[in-house]
Design a protein around this ligand. Structure first.
Ligand SMILES: *[C@@H]1O[C@H](CO)[C@@H](O)[C@H](O)[C@H]1NC(C)=O
Ligand SMILES: *[C@@H]1O[C@H](CO)[C@@H](O)[C@H](O)[C@H]1NC(C)=O
Ligand SMILES: *[C@@H]1O[C@H](CO)[C@@H](O)[C@H](O)[C@H]1NC(C)=O
Ligand SMILES: *[C@@H]1O[C@H](CO)[C@@H](O)[C@H](O)[C@H]1NC(C)=O
Length: 305
């Protein structure tokens, strides 16, 4: 009897122990989200000019909504999985000082619905949409990282692309006027190269721009007119003193807006209880009945979930 109990507890501890975070981490059954765009997707929340050293530094403030979680992973520049932490783009947008973006607040909400989340940061500050066209370095790098995310996980599948870009396309009138055409091509090529023709895309309509053509770019973003491309509007969210970047709390808000857009897509939200957890609950219940344990024992175990 004791032996059975021992194995029973061993079994439960094994099931409940969090995945080990090492260099060899292979997350299973993750929903993969690709984070692409320029600085506001890479994250500049909390980045300021330090007058003492004349450099930009990140204040290191991580709000509760952006905290790490053992079920949220991040694909590093070396294509390895690790527990995700701010700044998500630290080893990607390497020539800039990265701060808080929308990725972690998005992931912390989505993880409550999906078992595990895998984030694939790909954003680089100051880039134009022409640099994201098929054949260009940023495009090919995004496809390479997105494919690696599936191959290096056990049963990973794409959840969505989160896209926030366009500030650099507000400077030149030609860039602004062809923005929609380039955007449709970029999204279509990406879906085709990832073999996921209906891949959900959540994009952000600009809050700011580096030049005068912000409204032209916003218009293209708000009316992309592609199936399953959803737009959330960042206009009006509070900005850092540079007038170009969202603050940390704006980024938290933006991440939640992107979750709302994602969850409103039919069939995007899988049920909270997967078939796997139902199986676990059922086996525990059977053990309780089989071993003739008092039923409140079952209640104690449920607390762990
Ligand atoms: C992953 O999902 C598949 C299919 O839904 C399931 O059979 C498998 O047990 C899951 N693996 C883990 C480790 O949760
Ligand atoms: C830092 O200072 C530079 C030069 O004055 C300015 O262009 C930039 O916007 C400032 N950055 C921030 C985060 O305030
Ligand atoms: C601070 O850095 C900027 C650009 O990196 C430079 O133009 C400026 O002269 C520097 N200011 C001081 C006080 O060192
Ligand atoms: C960083 O700067 C170096 C040197 O200018 C450049 O070769 C490299 O492509 C840059 N990397 C990114 C991600 O911008």
């Amino acid at each position: 009897m004791n032996k059975i109990l021992f194995f029973f507890f061993f079994f439960i501890v094994l099931l409940l122990s969090p995945p080990q975070i090492q260099s060899q981490t292979i997350p299973s059954n993750i929903s993969i989200f690709i984070l692409a765009g320029q600085s506001n997707m890479a994250g500049r929340g909390g980045v300021y000019n330090d007058t003492a050293t004349n450099t930009t530094v990140w204040d290191g403030v991580i709000p509760p909504e952006c905290r790490s979680n053992p079920s949220i992973f991040r694909l590093t520049a070396r294509l390895e999985w690790e527990e995700a932490k701010e700044p998500l783009h630290a080893d990607i947008d390497v020539n800039k000082t990265n701060g808080v973006g929308p990725g972690m607040s998005f992931a912390n909400r989505v993880v409550k619905r999906f078992g595990q989340v895998g984030l694939v940061p790909c954003s680089i500050g100051g880039t134009k949409l022409s640099q994201w066209q098929k054949g260009e370095f940023l495009y090919e790098e995004t496809v390479r990282r997105a494919k690696a995310a599936v191959m290096t996980s056990a049963g990973g599948s794409y959840g969505a692309v989160l896209w926030y870009q366009g500030e650099s396309d507000t400077v030149d009138m030609v860039d602004a006027s062809v923005y929609k055409k380039r955007l449709v091509k970029f999204f279509s090529d990406l879906r085709s190269d990832l073999q996921h023709p209906n891949l959900p895309i959540i994009q952000v309509a600009l809050a700011t721009g580096a030049g005068p053509y912000v409204d032209a770019v916003r218009k293209a973003q708000l009316k992309t007119e592609l199936e399953n491309v959803h737009c959330v509007d960042a206009k009006g969210l509070p900005l850092e003193p540079d007038g170009l970047h969202l603050t940390t709390s704006s980024q938290v808000r933006l991440g939640h807006m992107m979750v709302d857009a994602f969850m409103s897509i039919p069939n995007s939200a899988r049920p909270l209880l997967s078939g796997f957890s139902v199986l676990v609950l059922f086996s525990i219940f059977s053990f309780v009945i089989l071993l003739d344990l008092p039923l409140h024992f079952f209640g104690y175990l449920l607390v762990f979930f």
